[in-house]
Structure formats: C-alpha cells, structure tokens
Design a protein around this ligand. Structure first.
Ligand SMILES: NC(=O)c1ccc[n+]([C@@H]2O[C@H](COP(=O)([O-])OP(=O)(O)OC[C@H]3O[C@@H](n4cnc5c(N)ncnc54)[C@H](O)[C@@H]3O)[C@@H](O)[C@H]2O)c1
Length: 254
C-alpha cells in the first residue's frame, strides 16, 4: 500500500512504538488519527502530526466502535490500523503463599490485549471492506502487537503470555478470513523496547534482560518497531504472520 494519501488509526499512538509509527506514517504523507487514553499525551501528539485525537479505552468495547466510526468519518476512510494498547501483570500460576492466580486478574489481561485487539480488528475490517481496492486488490492492513513473551513467557507472566499467544494465534486465521477482501493482518512481537511501558526499568535491569540477545544487546528503540510496521504496510506479501523484532533474543525463565 502507498502511504501517501492513506488514512490510519493509531491505537496507543500517544506514546512509544505506536507514536513512532504514526510519526513515520505522517512524514510519508499519510493522514492519521491518534486513539489513546484521555489521560495520555494524545492531543499534543496528534497536533504535532497534523491529525486529530480521540480519547478512548480499548476495554470499552462498544465505545471503541463509536470512537473509530468518528475517526473514520472525519478522515473519510481507513486503510491502516496499528494497535499497541496493552500490558500485563505479574503473578504465578500458584503463588508463593500457595494460593492460585486470581481469575479476575487473568481475565483482565486477556481482555486488555486479546479481546480488545480482536474488537479493534473487527471494527477496522468493517470500514476497510468499503474501500475501493488498489491496483493489487488491497483494501487495508491491520497490525497487532504481541511480545516475544507469547513464545517464551517468563515466570509470573502466565496471563500476559496467554493473551499475546492468542493474538499471535488469531493472526493467520484473521488474514485468511479477510483475504477475500484484500485486507491483510499481521502481528509484531517485540523484545524489550525503550517506551513508556518500560520507563521504570533501571539500566542494570535492561542490561540483564537483553544480555542473551544475539545482536544488538540493548533495548529496541520505538523507531525500530516503526520501521517494521511501515514495511508491513508497504509490502503486499507480508500477511498472516507474527514477526519477532527482537535482536535474536530468547527470554530466559526469569
Ligand atoms: N516496550 C516493550 O518492551 C514491549 C515488549 C513487548 C511487547 N510490548 C507491547 O507493546 C505495547 C505497549 O506499547 P509501548 O511499549 O510502546 O508502550 P507505551 O506505554 O509507550 O505506549 C502504549 C500506549 O497505549 C496506551 N494504552 C494503554 N492502555 C490503553 C487502553 N486501555 N486504552 C487505550 N490506550 C491504552 C497508553 O496510554 C500508551 O500511550 C503493549 O501491547 C505491550 O504488551 C511492549
């Protein structure tokens, strides 16, 4: 897909990897909307990138449809959705005090990551289906965010791993579901990246967590996620996969 003239929604676009992708997209001539929590920097980021800010919470599933409808109607269409809103919680399957992982905490992480991503993709697909296809038959691209924890979850990450593995798992099926419409679905699985989410990790902690990478042994930078997300948008052959952006890192158990 050609970015110039394309219209995009960046969910989680006020910060980190999604903000970097929105910045790159705007620099290449795309039109965009930033969707993020009301408390985020979304308004300032949207203004900087020449777009509009739409406050939302991805866990308000019905509201998300209304918010995305507004953004699409204001832009006059939708070709690209990138969603990074998400996060985890730290709790073992059986805790050190012998009690079980809270079911409501487990469900909350699944809701925030997996159910919200599925909901956003479905709403986006409804809009993209209305596009005139380009010369290659393409109508749109959606990118979800997993984590390498989807494949090598560390101790205490069971809810996060389950949620991110669910996102990775639905990617090919969704691409197959939507292939008839010329809509592609991809997932990016980052290792440790230097973003708002990881701002509290001290330097020594980051060195410890990236020491087993092949190269480079450091945190990823948001623009390195953006490079991948933009390449996916521009390359029609990228579809149905979860791509690791991880410097060859494999998480150890702890
Ligand atoms: N940073 C990492 O090391 C790393 C590694 C692997 C996966 N991830 C995944 O990346 C995503 C986080 O992106 P980031 O690292 O750029 O962090 P970030 O905190 O810089 O950006 C995430 C954005 O999502 C928004 N957001 C969070 N919850 C939301 C909600 N309920 N509704 C709407 N917006 C919401 C935040 O306000 C923020 O602006 C998560 O899905 C996380 O699991 C991050």
């Amino acid at each position: 897909m050609d970015i110039s003239g394309s219209k995009a929604i960046f969910v989680g676009g006020a910060s980190g990897m999604c903000r970097a992708t929105a910045t790159e997209f705007a620099a290449k001539g795309g039109q965009l909307s930033i969707l993020d929590l009301e408390s985020s920097d979304g308004a300032a980021v949207a203004q900087e990138l020449g777009g509009k800010f739409y406050p939302c919470n991805v866990m308000d599933y019905d509201d998300m449809a209304d918010v995305m409808d507004s953004a699409v109607s204001d832009m006059g269409g939708l070709h690209y959705v990138v969603n990074t809103a998400g996060g985890g919680g730290a709790q073992r399957t059986l805790k050190k005090d012998g009690t079980r992982h809270s079911l409501s905490d487990f469900r909350r992480v699944i809701d925030l990551n997996l159910i919200a991503s599925f909901n956003i993709n479905g709403i986006a697909a409804e809009h993209m289906a209305k596009n005139e296809p380009n010369a290659d038959g393409e109508r749109g691209v959606m990118i979800n965010t997993a984590s390498i924890a989807a494949f090598e979850g560390q101790i205490g990450q069971v809810s996060y791993t389950a949620a991110k593995a669910g996102i990775a798992g639905m990617t090919l099926t969704m691409a197959r579901d939507l292939g008839v419409l010329g809509i592609r679905c991809m997932t990016i699985a980052p290792s440790l990246f230097d973003t708002g989410l990881t701002a509290g990790i001290p330097d020594e902690g980051a060195q410890q967590l990236t020491k087993d990478a092949a190269f480079p042994r450091r945190m990823g930078q948001p623009h390195e996620f953006a490079t991948m997300a933009i390449a996916i948008y521009e390359c029609p052959m990228m579809n149905g996969s979860t791509i690791r952006v991880d410097a060859g890192q494999r998480f150890a158990p702890r």
